[in-house]
Design a protein around this ligand. Structure first.
Ligand SMILES: Cc1cc2nc3c(=O)[nH]c(=O)nc-3n(C[C@H](O)[C@H](O)[C@H](O)COP(=O)(O)OP(=O)(O)OC[C@H]3O[C@@H](n4cnc5c(N)ncnc54)[C@H](O)[C@@H]3O)c2cc1C
Length: 342
């Protein structure tokens, strides 16, 4: 029955679609949009599925260490605009399933089905499930990139690990009167630099968090250290969880490593299933910068066009003018005489 409905939808969409999409990109972050722009510009009708029209990290961009303020919201907006200008499609939809039907991929989004020749997964990361996250309170913040602005009368406890812990700490330390850090793992080297910049930060290492909680006035953490049971309270508590690659959609289609990252070629983004490609943060357990994700997307966009050509699927039209032929470099003038000047 499911197959019958699928066939019906596919026949219907093929008959009535104005221009058939060839490539689907799942996820419209820097990686997905960059890949989509390349595929579209190379002449393959491309559709991007992205339920969030706004890039969610806009406010945090300014404090990403080492990056001189590229306005990511503006970059994402430009990438979205250039895609639609080149004839690509942005769908404000979440993909719920991907399957295969002979040479085609079938993408389901709600009750709609789409048939594509190649699929690029660029779904980034999703929060790691935490045993503490079920605690709901205004005093417990589970979103580490909280836009909350702390004041000097606030004290903040942060529990967590890795990069989210670093960012939560940086955010809190800029405003709060005191910040107490409890890393999940003893080794949180990047935090040491923060304690030098912000004297308000205290790190308590080698503890085991046993519980968290809150009432109307305060939040607290209980922990054990050297067999002692201890308690700390503050105005707010942040659960700074690391994120996992969001690879669930393709878990049954291609190889996934033990960290949940999609196993994809560094050079091309090819996964273990021909025609299925992956790029950006979904392919690694590490954190990428937006620039790295975007360049990964571009590379994978080109690889997908090579794949389509190898399958005999020709591009429809080149929406950008081909590059002019390379010119030989201008002849070098003989160096000017500088003798006697110094
Ligand atoms: C707090 C924070 C601050 C940062 N600041 C900077 C910075 O200043 N400069 C910088 O260079 N980098 C920064 N980064 C890193 C940068 O955000 C990432 O490297 C980049 O976003 C990764 O790009 P991506 O395209 O792989 O994934 P993402 O940007 O995460 O995009 C994945 C997209 O896939 C969509 N998606 C997921 N599942 C589905 C589905 N089933 N169907 C449809 N769509 C789906 C999601 O909605 C999401 O928009 C920051 C990261 C964080 C967490």
């Amino acid at each position: 029955m499911k197959n019958f409905i699928l066939c019906f939808f596919l026949l219907f969409s093929t008959l009535y679609a104005k221009e058939e999409n060839v490539v689907a990109v799942i996820g419209g972050g820097p990686a997905g949009l960059s890949a989509a722009n390349i595929c579209q510009e190379m002449g393959y009708q491309t559709v991007v599925f992205e339920p969030k029209a706004e890039f969610p990290l806009e406010d945090s961009v300014s404090f990403w260490p080492g990056i001189v303020s590229p306005k990511w919201s503006a970059i994402i907006k430009n990438l979205r605009e250039s895609l639609t200008k080149a004839g690509g499609t942005l769908l404000d939809k979440q993909v719920s399933d991907i399957s295969q039907d002979k040479d085609n991929f079938i993408i389901s989004s709600g009750r709609e089905f789409y048939s594509l020749k190649a699929v690029i997964i660029a779904t980034g990361k999703k929060p790691k499930a935490s045993s503490f996250l079920y605690r709901r309170s205004d005093r417990i913040l589970t979103n580490v990139w909280t836009r909350k602005i702390f004041s000097p009368k606030d004290s903040v406890i942060i529990i967590g690990q890795g990069e989210p812990l670093f960012h939560a700490c940086l955010n809190a330390a800029r405003g709060a009167g005191h910040v107490f850090i409890f890393p999940y793992q003893g080794n949180a080297p990047t935090l040491a630099s923060l304690t030098k910049i912000f004297p308000s930060v205290t790190i308590t290492r080698n503890v085991s968090i046993t519980d968290i909680g809150a009432d109307k006035r305060k939040a607290f953490v209980t922990y054990s250290q050297d067999r002692s049971k201890l308690y700390k309270e503050a105005s707010y508590l942040i659960v700074a969880e690391e994120k996992d690659p969001a690879s669930d959609l393709v878990a049954n289609l291609c190889s996934i490593d033990s960290s949940g990252a999609i196993v994809a070629s560094n050079d091309t983004g090819e996964t273990s299933l021909p025609g299925l490609y992956a790029c950006g943060e979904v392919t690694t357990n590490a954190a990428l910068t937006g620039v790295q994700a975007a360049s990964d997307g571009q590379k994978v966009g080109f690889a997908v066009t090579y794949f389509l050509v190898s399958k005999g699927i020709a591009p429809k039209k080149q929406s950008v003018a081909p590059l002019p032929p390379l010119q030989p470099p201008p002849e070098k003038k003989p160096e000017e005489q500088t003798e006697g000047l110094f």
